[in-house]
Design a protein around this ligand. Structure first.
Ligand code: PLP
Length: 361
């Protein structure tokens, strides 16, 4: 089976892990955590990094640190992974959904304004499948209404909007280092920001809100959201290779696009977009297909793994409502992720293209 995603690990990760085990600093103290925070935030062109145990809690930690809670509303795209919505719910706040943009699949910035109320506190744009959101419109709106912008960049490490890195474009950027993400620490996440006060608040809440100079004094209810030194050691090694990973992802995307481009208009509705203002990192190279589920079955028989697009949040039991989000609904029905890992060989991509071409002919 050609998997949809596979971590790209090497001897550097192993060497770092061996060093950590030998040092016995395997929990959440040790030199790799601050090193990973420093190096990853620098990579994102941001001053502060707060490493956490996964991407979901990165979002939760940010919302909590901003004081978002009961009675508040947070605007998110309907088409996203459920973690974005759940992090809002964990705070007893309410996620408010927005439709997607038909051209690049992320939240449609023109449809945000009508969702802003006097309860709105923040907007969470999600850089879906590696393509950045149109951030200027979103941050302008947030400035006008005094809202925070929290980028959910869990799928878009190193992606760029008008030459600037995702994670550096809002108040805070949240990343995931799950095994299928652009770089991985097994499980892991990070919040990056230029707001030093907010970063300090996140560090406090990450560690049960324990006072730095008064052990076991807790000023409020915090969490254990710490990353381990073992995870950070893998992260430091992964980060060294991120530019190569992105280059490979873009080459794979280019190969898929070249191989499928001429079929657009028939059963193939569209291929993974990249807007002129964007550098997409193609976390999951994706296409839109009229008979999506049929093709998924054909590919499965040929031992090629795929994933359908996410269900829109407003379809799911915890978030069900009767609003219509036509673009998100349509994308969810026709979108499919193809194998996209950096370890994929060119001949694998060519075979997948061939199978798709045959199935669609
Ligand atoms: C993966 C992902 C997350 C959550 O990350 P975890 O590390 O799995 O908790 C959040 N948002 C989006 C859009 C994701 O794809």
């Amino acid at each position: 089976m050609i998997p949809i995603a596979e971590p790209d690990l090497g001897s550097e990760e192993l060497e770092n892990i061996i060093e950590v085990v030998k040092s016995s600093w395997i929990s959440s103290k040790g030199r790799y955590i601050s090193k990973f925070e420093r190096e990853f935030s620098k990579y994102c062109e941001v001053k502060q990094g707060v490493a956490v145990s996964n991407g979901t809690v990165a979002l939760h930690l940010v919302l909590k640190s901003m004081g978002i809670g009961k009675g508040d509303e947070v605007i998110i795209p309907s088409l996203t992974f459920i973690a974005t919505a759940n992090a809002v719910s964990y705070c007893n706040a309410k996620p408010i959904f927005v439709d997607s943009h038909p051209d690049y699949w992320c939240m449609d910035p023109e449809k945000i304004k009508e969702k802003i109320s006097n309860k709105t506190r923040a907007i969470i744009p999600v850089h879906l499948y590696g393509h950045p959101c149109h951030m200027d419109t979103i941050t302008d709106l947030a400035d006008d209404y005094g809202l925070y912008v929290i980028e959910d960049a869990a799928e878009a490490h190193g992606a760029e909007y008008k030459g600037r890195k995702t994670g550096s474009l809002g108040t805070v950027g949240c990343f995931s280092f799950y095994g299928n993400k652009l770089i991985t620490t097994g499980e892991g996440g990070m919040c990056v920001t230029n707001d030093e006060e907010l970063a300090d608040r996140m560090r406090l809440l990450r560690d049960h809100a324990m006072s730095d100079d008064n052990t076991y004094w807790h000023s409020t209810i915090g969490f254990n959201y710490r990353m381990t030194n073992l995870q950070a050691a893998i992260g430091v090694a992964q980060l060294k290779k991120i530019d190569g990973f992105i280059e490979r992802k873009r080459k794979i995307a280019n190969r898929y696009s070249k191989g499928l481009n001429d079929l657009i208009g028939g059963d193939l509705i569209d291929i993974h977009p990249e807007m002129s203002w964007a550098k997409c990192v193609y976390w999951m190279y994706s296409i839109l297909l009229k008979e999506r589920d049929n093709l998924a079955k054909v590919l499965e028989k040929k031992e090629i793994d795929t994933r359908p697009f996410f269900y829109p949040m407003h379809y799911l039991p915890p978030y069900k409502n009767n609003e219509k989000f036509h673009v998100a609904e349509r994308l969810s029905k026709v979108g499919i992720n193809l194998p996209s890992s950096t370890v994929l060989k060119n001949k694998d991509v060519d075979r997948i293209v061939q199978v798709i071409r045959e199935a669609l002919s």
